[in-house]
Design a protein around this ligand. Structure first.
Ligand code: S3P
Length: 432
């Protein structure tokens, strides 16, 4: 779908951003392998999380979903059925990688595939270590790419030192350890998002975290529970940056997830000089959340790298746009993982922002961005990547003239009502 976007005179108002994608996936998966009923409020009804629901339905789990409410009749760790059809994860890396962990010790055969983006994303980071535990996995290029087949076995607990800071890898390993003898543990170079560790505890499991290592003992049972999903900080990020860089803006985002393993965007925006107010922090016992207000700000360029990268990896496209409006130079480094996201996000960010006239250069593990006084509307393409699509839409709001966005429908992966909410903020500005 081609969308035409025009500059805006300000964005004003209050939004409830949709539910957190990472937490929504896990609620469905863990509810499916738990004993008893799990209910979920605030679920993200985006394409990715709907793919997770479809996959677990194909394994015999009864799941009712209406908008942001979900009810799952858990089948226990031994209760999933051998699927009669291919498990299609669509665009969702989280679905395929975490599901592989669950299937690694499920004694049946299944085939997994996804869309053209998933077909390019490396799976060896998960299939490699899972094979070591005893699961039989095959696939294109020796199990690195879909289509994959897996026959779970009696896996054994093990320690894995991951070369990448990846919650998908960490979660797959921990999930593979739920039924095994002994302890399964994962050490990562930097701490990645810890939703799996937190939610397994909510389902009654014991998980130990010590520094950069997470571990659990096999033979545990998950008990159905109730999960409240906060707003997705990765979705809020588009409006946090929009509010900061678009003149005459003030936006309040309600009940945004504030898990410290995800709040790198807040740290970076504050360091760049953004005018942010955080209020009403609660939910610290499970997944913390708060309201955030952002106002038009004067930003300065900074260096972003090291341990903060996993805490803002999905926000780098919109941070790059913020950097085009920041004085001086912004350097983003240690972010080679961007190359294996829904698109190669170093290439897509740099090439698409250059179309607006931005001064941005790709590096081997990130990008260098200098301030551009006025971006010019352009003919752009999301390349089927939801976060690139939303970043380009915010760039269009700021640019002189008209912008076209090809493949704008990609936003439904994580933010089905993104364009409606963007319009709402323009109307509320005009009405002020
Ligand atoms: C996710 C983890 C991250 C993130 C992705 C969601 C998750 O990927 O980029 O959007 O839900 O575990 P990696 O774990 O591969 O870094």
């Amino acid at each position: 779908m081609l969308k035409t976007l025009r500059p805006v005179s300000g964005l004003r108002g209050t939004l409830n951003v949709p539910g957190d994608k990472s937490i929504s996936h896990r609620a469905v998966m863990f509810g499916s392998i738990a004993e008893g009923t799990t209910t979920v409020n605030g679920f993200l009804p985006g394409d990715d999380c709907l793919s997770t629901i479809e996959c677990f339905r194909k394994m015999g789990v009864s799941i009712e979903q209406k908008d942001d409410t979900v009810k799952i009749e858990g089948k226990g760790l031994d209760g999933l059925n051998e699927p009669t059809d291919i498990l299609d994860v669509g665009n969702s890396g989280t679905t395929i990688r975490l599901m592989l962990g669950i299937l690694a010790n499920t004694p049946f055969h299944s085939c997994l595939t996804g869309d053209s983006s998933i077909a390019k994303r490396p799976m060896k980071r998960v299939t490699g270590p899972l094979r070591e535990t005893g699961a039989a996995i095959d696939g294109r290029d020796d199990g690195n790419f879909v289509p994959l087949s897996i026959r779970g076995g009696k896996t054994k607990g093990f320690h894995y030192t991951s070369p990448v800071a990846s919650a998908q890898v960490k979660s797959a390993m921990l999930l593979s350890g739920l039924k095994t003898e002994g302890t399964t543990s994962v050490t990562e170079p930097h701490t990645s998002r810890d939703h799996t560790e937190r939610m397994l505890k909510a389902f009654g499991c014991e998980v130990e975290v010590s520094g950069k290592t997470a571990s659990l003992k096999g033979g545990q049972t998950l008990k159905g529970t109730h999960i409240e999903v906060p707003g997705d900080i990765s979705s809020a990020a588009f409006f946090l940056v929009a509010g900061a860089i678009i003149p005459n803006s003030e936006i309040t985002l309600k009940k945004v997830g504030m898990n410290p393993t995800r709040t790198g965007i807040i740290d970076v925006l504050k360091q760049m000089g953004a005018d942010l107010t955080i209020s009403g922090l609660s939910g610290e016992e499970s997944e913390p959340y708060a309201d955030i207000t952002v106002r038009t700000s004067k930003l300065n360029g900074i260096e972003i790298g090291g341990e903060i990268i996993p805490r803002l990896i999905d926000e780098i496209p919109i941070i790059a746009l913020a950097a085009t409006q920041a004085s001086g130079t912004t350097v983003i480094m240690d972010a080679a993982e961007l190359k294996v996201k829904e698109s190669n996000r170093i290439d897509t960010v740099v090439n698409e922002l250059k179309k607006f006239g931005a001064d941005i250069t790709a590096t081997a593990d990130g990008m260098i961005i200098k301030k551009t006084e006025l971006l010019q509307g352009a003919e752009t393409d999301s390349h089927g990547d939801h976060r690139i699509g939303m970043m380009l839409a915010i760039a269009a709001c700021l640019s002189a003239g008209e912008t076209t966005l090809l493949n704008s429908q990609a936003v439904t992966v994580s933010y089905p009502n993104f364009f409606e909410q963007l319009e709402q903020l323009q109307k509320e500005n005009i009405e002020v």
